[in-house]
Structure formats: structure tokens, C-alpha cells
Design a protein around this ligand. Structure first.
Ligand code: ZN
Length: 335
């Protein structure tokens, strides 16, 4: 079997002081990306920040700017699905505490993880967010990606997802590790496989598990890359400037210092300069595993004209990759 290609995007605004606009963080970068993948007949899978959709719909009443945002997103998602792309569930529960005021969304990320909510609340959140997405794209949602990779411990989140018919996850990446106390995750020790089944612990391969993991492809990154990245961010303009026009959450500086001093593991991504690692990551891909998958992620808001060009060249050089979406995994679903 040839190596399958997944391009999985977290479709969302920024969560810092400025969320940025729907036009620049979502609509425009996706339409540019679509032009690139169309040239190679490749398909996209969008993990849509459905908490945002839920809150947008709740607060839309008579606010024409919000009505406009909702309509644009709805049109884009529906036309993507019609063209054979896929749309699945991404959850950032801090939308529970976020309100819209005349000067924009007042983001409150104090409850950033699903773990900050009770099991009953988790179940309500998963149900309502999934519904907000289903309202737009119909009954096709069965896969999940955790906001900020925060999915551990998984047992209670798993119960909530399971109850709402979610059975596929695509959050884990090989050797991923972020030591943050509040927003950390630790995927070291995940199975060295493209896919596996699990129940309450995403790192424990369990044949009869409730969830099917389709891991994001990891990539070993040298400190030099992050030095260059830091420099490039300072000088970002022209083709290196991201489409998104908002501000990211404040990052954990100790973590960034660690990236600058020793090799680390990242997701394979088409965000900005990370797209420069596509070829290297593809070379590193473990082809010993059964049915290898090159699962490249990204964020529309973080794409740049340069990163799209790099993806274009990568796809051109690798016609052997078989492009799929998560809909192509539906046959895996347990009876
Ligand atoms: Zn996200």
C-alpha cells in the first residue's frame, strides 16, 4: 500500500488579546490553500473550532458583523464538503467564558482545557459543539482533535466523546512533549505506529478500544531551526508574513528556551517556516509500520505565501502520496 497523505488544519481564530478576523485567519488562507491542493488533487481535513461556532451563533442576535462571520464560515465549510474535503471537531472550551463586546471577542482562557469542567459539563460541551458543526455540514462528524493537544488524562473526555458518537482522534504525535503545568501534554511513549486503538489512555494500544488514533506525523527538529525561526518572526514580512491578523496566547518561555538548546520533536506542519521541514519529515517517516500515513497539520491563520509555495513544491515532488481525508477511515468504525 502506498503512503497516505492527510492534511489536517485547525480552523480557528487567535486566542490572545486580538482574535483577528474571520476573513484573514480562516477564509482567505483556506481559499489560497485550496488552490494549491486542487492543483495536485489533494484533499483537506478541517478541524473546526466548534466552540467558536457555538458562541458565535449564541451571540449573533442582530450584530451584523457576527452574522457576516457566521455566513462566511458556513459558506466556506459547505463548499469544501461539496468538493470532497472533510470537516471534523476541534474543541477549545474557553469559548464558554468568552463574550462578544463592541470592540470584539473578550477572550478568557482561564478555563482552557476540557479538564477545567465537570464531567457533566464536558458532556454538554461536546454535544453542543458537535451540534453547532453538524448544523452546518450535516451528519458527518466522528473525529476529534483536542485544543492545544490537551487531552490527558483522557478517561472523562473519552466518556463525553464516546456518548456523542466520536470514535476517531487525531491529536497525538510521536514523542510530543510540553512540560507546561496547566497546558502540558506528554506523548512520549506513544506507539510508533500510524494508527492504533485505545480506550482511556491514548498512549496505550488496546485492540478492542473505543477510539482509533490517527497520529499526526512527528518531526525531529534541531535547535538551529528555532533560532532561525525566532529571527524570521522578528523580520516577518512579504511572503513570510502570516495571513492571520490576531495575537497568539502568551507562550511558556521556559519551553521555548528548551527548544533553542536541544533537539526536540514537533508536529509536521505547514505553518509558516515549519513548512521548510516537510521534506525532512517525510524522509524521516517510518515506512516500516503497516500502512504509513504522512499526517501534516497546520493552522490557516499561521500559513504564509511562502509556506503554501513550499507545500506546492512538496506535493509536486511526491505524486506517490495518496491523498485521503478522515472520511476514508470510516470503514474502521467498530460495528
Ligand atoms: Zn486549536
Amino acid at each position: 500500500m502506498s503512503t497516505r497523505l492527510l492534511i489536517t488544519l485547525d480552523y480557528e481564530l487567535f486566542f490572545g488579546r486580538q482574535t483577528g478576523t474571520v476573513e484573514h485567519c480562516m477564509i482567505r488562507p483556506i481559499s489560497e490553500l485550496k488552490q494549491v491542493v486542487d492543483r495536485h488533487n489533494a484533499k483537506l481535513t478541517l478541524f473546526v473550532d466548534a466552540g467558536y461556532l457555538y458562541q458565535l451563533k449564541k451571540q449573533v442576535n442582530g450584530v451584523s458583523a457576527l452574522e457576516d462571520d457566521y455566513r462566511q464560515i458556513k459558506n466556506q465549510l459547505q463548499s469544501l464538503v461539496e468538493a470532497g474535503h472533510d470537516v471534523q471537531l476541534h474543541i477549545h472550551p474557553h469559548w464558554e467564558d468568552t463574550v462578544y463586546e463592541s470592540d470584539g471577542w473578550q477572550i478568557d482562557t482561564r478555563r482552557y482545557r476540557l479538564h477545567d469542567f465537570s464531567p457533566d459539563e464536558m458532556e454538554r460541551i461536546v454535544g453542543e459543539y458537535k451540534q453547532a458543526l453538524t448544523d452546518i455540514v450535516g451528519d458527518r462528524v466522528f473525529a476529534y482533535r483536542a485544543g492545544g493537544w490537551c487531552m490527558q488524562p483522557f478517561d472523562k473526555i473519552g466518556d463525553a466523546l464516546h456518548r456523542h458518537g466520536i470514535w476517531l482522534d487525531s491529536t497525538v504525535y510521536s514523542r510530543g512533549y510540553s512540560p507546561d503545568d496547566i497546558r502540558g501534554f506528554d506523548f512520549r511513549g506513544a506507539p510508533e505506529q500510524a494508527t492504533w486503538w485505545f480506550s482511556d489512555d491514548p498512549l496505550q494500544n488496546q485492540t478492542e478500544g473505543r477510539f482509533y488514533e490517527v497520529a499526526i506525523t512527528g518531526c525531529k527538529v534541531s535547535p538551529l531551526f528555532y533560532w532561525k525561526l525566532a529571527l524570521q518572526k522578528k523580520l516577518a514580512r512579504g511572503a513570510y508574513k502570516a495571513f492571520g491578523d490576531g495575537q497568539a496566547m502568551v507562550a511558556n518561555s521556559a519551553y521555548y528556551r528548551a527548544l533553542l538548546t536541544r533537539p526536540s520533536y514537533s508536529v509536521t506542519s505547514i505553518d509558516g517556516a515549519k513548512a521548510g521541514l516537510l521534506e525532512q519529515s517525510y524522509r524521516q517517516l517510518n515506512r516500516e509500520v503497516e500502512n504509513p500515513i504522512f499526517n501534516v497539520m497546520g493552522h490557516p491563520k499561521a500559513l504564509t505565501p511562502d509556506s503554501l509555495q513550499r507545500l506546492d513544491r512538496f506535493l509536486q515532488r511526491h505524486p506517490e502520496l495518496e491523498s485521503v481525508t478522515l472520511q476514508d477511515f470510516k470503514s474502521q468504525r467498530p460495528a
